[in-house]
Every structure is written in structure tokens, then in C-alpha cells.
Design a binder for this molecule. Structure first.
Ligand code: NDP
Ligand code: HSE
Length: 437
């Protein structure tokens, strides 16, 4: 049988890795797919640039529309990033009757509903395993492996760059900017690295995970997003003293009121496996009612780990090229006419525990005032630590609370800030227990 011809748009970190994996593992891949797979046509901005891959035998162009229009190509692999040109190219590819594979989480999180609907009408597949958690097959695991479960919650370290920065800062006392520069050199970071450090990339990925876990349309605009740029060494050390690690976590939980969808720095007990996921590695915990808690771990970024997911998708598409479009695995795990309108909750409606760091005058009654405000807002204290402050007349108070509603914490913090014995802002970091029960 003739090999399947693939058009590749983007020959950078992931595109180059994809060419390499398809070439190195060609025999095994064709034994799995039932047919050979070749990249016949590829586009990049500058086709004369040195590449991490061999491009001999591939027709090269600087016009990606040429690839999308190539009648010999049946699968388009979009690896340029961004959501403007990428959206146009993917919609054109679908209109031309081509299947699409992409690693582009921004594209799927923001335009996935439109793209899947167009693909559904054309009877083509859009596969996006590499869009979440690099090489970990988490989309497949939730969409297919856990299809028998009512998913209750999921939580993940889903940005490799952010986790790499936090780990290097903690373990090697390196500064933020130099670690970020290294992540960029290694090809982990997004074209705009603020997407990594401000949590936007993780929010794109969490939006996708929540949709396939809970069967709701993609709603990136409703995700709460907080990055890692304000985490201080002081808080990392105090958290550690109390038995916690600070990780940048995406959390999505189904509650009676709606679905929580939030990305923020989070204290996690050091005893949890996920607290020990370091460097560029990612991990996603998924709690299903039948299976219990499951954990998926692997490289979250980088050329070949991500290419592993891209090539897995290409093989999937090749396997079902001739199958009935009505009987394929639905893009968002649930049949398109069975998506639910369960609301995404605003951040002040979510429930979580908190770490608070308060700097206050070291005088009688201050602690009592603070704890009274917390109690009056229904917030119960789990543990507390008082530390010396560099100024003799001040004290640092660390409080870990039990779980409460965020709006109660907001009210309490407003009142604590208003006390004239409080110095500067109260630091508040959310804390998750991630209990399997
Ligand atoms: P790179 O910047 O390394 O590569 C982008 C590629 O797209 C380059 O080859 C570039 O050409 C090409 N390109 C950009 N604009 C155009 C254009 N207008 N016309 C033709 N070609 C164009 O990005 P990555 O490989 O890192 O990322 C690609 C996608 O994969 C993104 O969506 C990213 O979010 C996602 N992703 C990345 C991961 C990673 O670890 N890097 C992991 C998971 C997902 P040229 O080389 O000539 O400049
Ligand atoms: N910039 C992303 C990260 C790439 O660091 O996780 C993988 O999606």
C-alpha cells in the first residue's frame, strides 16, 4: 500500500523532533499503523535555516498555504504555534478534507469549539495529544482509558518551563531570569515566555483537560490564571518547614455548583507523589469514581517527547483513515450533542485551603485580632507558626487554614489588611490536599 503523505507546517523544536522520530522509528511506526508514513511537504518561515532534522526528500516552502492545498497530502501537522495564522491554516486544511494533528494548546483552548464543529461537518479528525503535558498521553488516558468513570477532579503540573524554573530556583538557588533563558535555549518555552510564567499556557491546557474530563465546551476565557513570578524564596522555605512544596498547579473540580477551573501556585504536602515532580517533568492526577486516583507522569516539553505525542496522533489518524466518521472517538470525549452546560465557577466561588504570610507589629493582641477575623468569616485554622522578622518590632505569622470558600477568605483578608498593625500585603497561596478519597 502507498505510504500516507503528511504535510508539516513548522520545522522548529516540535516540527524537527517529529521529522526525527518519524525517520528513526519508521519501521516500527508502519508496523503499528499498517502503512508507511512520510512527510512529503513542509513549511517554515525560512527554509534555509539550519535544522535539528534532515529534510532531504521533503519538498520545502515558505508558504504554509501551499502545504494545506497540496492534493497529495492527507494529514496536515500544524506546529507553528499562535492562534491567528494557525487557525486559518487548520480551518483551510479541514475545508480541503484533510485530517489535522496539532500541538497548539492556545489554538485548541481558544478556537477548539469552532474547529471541532468544522471537522465534524467534514468528517475529518483533529488530534491534539501533544497540546497537553508534552509526551504524556493524557488526552487518550482521560478520553478513552477512563471513559467508564465519572471524573471528580484533576490537578496537574502542566507547564514544563514553570516547573523547571521553580525546581532550579529551589534546588540550586538560581535566579528566575537565568533559568528562564535556559528553558528558552532548550526549546521548552513558548514564543512569548510570559505564557509560561504567568500561567496562560497552563490555563490553555487545563481548559482542554476540563472539557474532556467533564464533557463541557472549551471555555478558556473563564479560567482563573495566576503565574509563578511572585513566588518568593521566603515562602518556599516557610512552606517547606511546614511540610509542603509550592508547585504551579492547574486544578479542575466538579462541584454541586459548577466546575472549578483555576491555575495558580499551590502548596502540596511533600508526601504526595506529585509534589516530587521536578524540572521539565509534568504530572496529572485524575480522580475517577470507579478507578480512584490515577497519576500520569512524563516530560512536559522538548523536541522528541512532544514529537512522541504528535507521531502517536498521526498513527491514530492513519489507523482510522478509512473508518466511518460517525464512529470515531469524539474530539472532546463526549458526543458533540451531549456536551453539558454546567457552569464554570468564578474564582471567588471555589473551595480550597490557604497558606497566609502576615507581617505585623510584634505586640499583644495582634494574633488574637487576626484569628478573630478569620473565625468571624467561618475560616478555621489548621496550623500556625510565628517567626522572627528582620525588624525587632515586627513578627512574621504563617497560618495554614482548613478549606473554605474563596470569597470568605477575600473578606477576611480585606479586614486583616485594614488593621493598623499589619505591615504590607498579606501573602496568600492556595493549598490543595489532593485526597484520593
Ligand atoms: P518553534 O518556534 O521552535 O517552531 C515554530 C516553527 O514554525 C518554526 O519552524 C518556524 O519557522 C515556523 N513558522 C512560524 N511562523 C511561520 C509562518 N508564518 N510560516 C511558516 N512557518 C512558520 O516552536 P515549537 O516547535 O516550540 O512549538 C510549536 C507548537 O508546539 C506551539 O504551538 C507550541 O505551543 C507547541 N508545543 C511546544 C512544545 C515544546 O516543548 N516546544 C511542547 C508542546 C507543544 P522558522 O524555523 O523558519 O522560524
Ligand atoms: N512551553 C510549554 C511548557 C511547552 O513549558 O510546558 C509544552 O507545552
Amino acid at each position: 500500500m502507498e505510504p500516507v503523505k503528511v504535510g508539516l507546517i513548522g520545522l522548529g523544536t516540535v516540527g524537527g523532533g517529529t521529522v526525527n522520530v518519524l525517520q528513526h522509528n519508521a519501521k516500527e511506526i508502519s508496523r503499528r499503523a499498517g502503512r508507511g508514513i512520510v512527510i512529503s511537504h513542509a513549511a517554515a518561515r525560512d527554509i534555509n535555516k539550519p535544522r535539528i532534522c534532515q529534510t532531504d526528500g521533503i519538498k520545502l516552502t515558505e508558504d504554509p498555504l501551499e502545504v494545506v492545498a497540496d492534493p497529495d497530502v492527507s494529514i496536515i501537522v500544524e506546529l507553528i504555534g499562535g492562534d491567528t495564522l494557525a487557525r486559518e491554516l487548520v480551518l483551510k486544511a479541514i475545508a480541503n478534507g484533510k485530517h489535522v494533528v496539532t500541538a497548539n494548546k492556545a489554538l485548541i483552548a481558544k478556537h477548539g469549539n469552532e474547529i471541532f464543529s468544522a471537522a465534524q461537518k467534514q468528517g475529518v479528525m483533529v488530534a491534539f495529544e501533544a497540546a497537553v503535558a508534552g509526551g504524556i498521553p493524557i488526552i487518550k488516558a482521560i478520553r478513552e482509558g477512563l471513559a467508564g468513570n465519572h471524573i471528580e477532579w484533576l490537578a496537574g503540573i502542566i507547564n514544563g518551563t514553570g516547573n523547571f524554573i521553580l525546581t532550579e530556583m529551589r534546588d540550586k538557588q538560581r535566579d528566575f531570569d537565568s533559568v528562564l533563558a535556559e528553558a528558552q535555549r532548550l526549546g521548552y518555552a513558548e514564543a512569548d515566555p510570559t505564557f509560561d510564567v504567568e500561567g496562560i499556557d497552563a490555563a490553555h491546557k487545563l481548559t482542554i483537560l476540563a472539557s474532556i474530563a467533564f464533557g463541557v465546551p472549551l471555555q478558556f476565557e473563564k479560567a482563573y490564571t495566576e503565574g509563578i513570578s511572585k513566588i518568593t524564596r521566603e515562602d518556599v522555605d516557610y512552606a517547606s518547614e511546614l511540610g509542603f512544596t509550592i508547585k504551579h498547579l492547574g486544578v479542575s473540580r466538579r462541584t454541586d455548583k459548577g466546575i472549578e477551573l483555576r491555575v495558580h501556585p499551590t502548596l502540596i504536602s511533600k508526601r504526595r507523589l506529585i509534589a516530587n515532580v521536578d524540572g521539565v517533568m509534568n504530572a496529572v492526577l485524575v480522580k475517577g469514581d470507579a478507578v480512584g486516583a490515577t497519576l500520569y507522569y512524563g516530560a512536559g516539553a522538548g523536541a522528541e517527547p512532544t514529537a512522541s505525542a504528535v507521531v502517536g496522533d498521526i498513527v491514530d489518524v492513519v489507523r482510522v483513515l478509512t473508518s466511518d466518521p460517525e464512529n470515531r472517538v469524539p474530539h472532546l470525549a463526549f458526543q458533540p450533542d451531549s456536551l453539558s452546560d454546567t457552569p464554570i465557577l468564578a474564582i471567588d466561588e471555589i473551595e480550597t485551603a490557604y497558606y497566609l504570610r502576615i507581617t505585623a507589629s510584634d505586640q499583644a493582641g495582634v494574633l488574637a485580632n487576626i484569628t478573630t477575623i478569620l473565625a468571624n468569616n467561618g475560616i478555621s485554622i489548621d496550623s500556625m507558626l510565628q517567626k522572627e522578622h528582620s525588624s525587632e518590632d515586627k513578627a512574621t505569622i504563617i497560618i495554614i487554614t482548613h478549606t473554605t470558600i474563596e470569597k470568605n477568605m477575600n473578606t477576611a483578608l480585606e479586614k486583616i489588611h485594614a488593621l493598623d498593625v499589619i505591615d504590607g500585603d498579606v501573602v496568600r497561596i492556595r493549598l490543595e490536599h489532593l485526597d484520593a478519597e
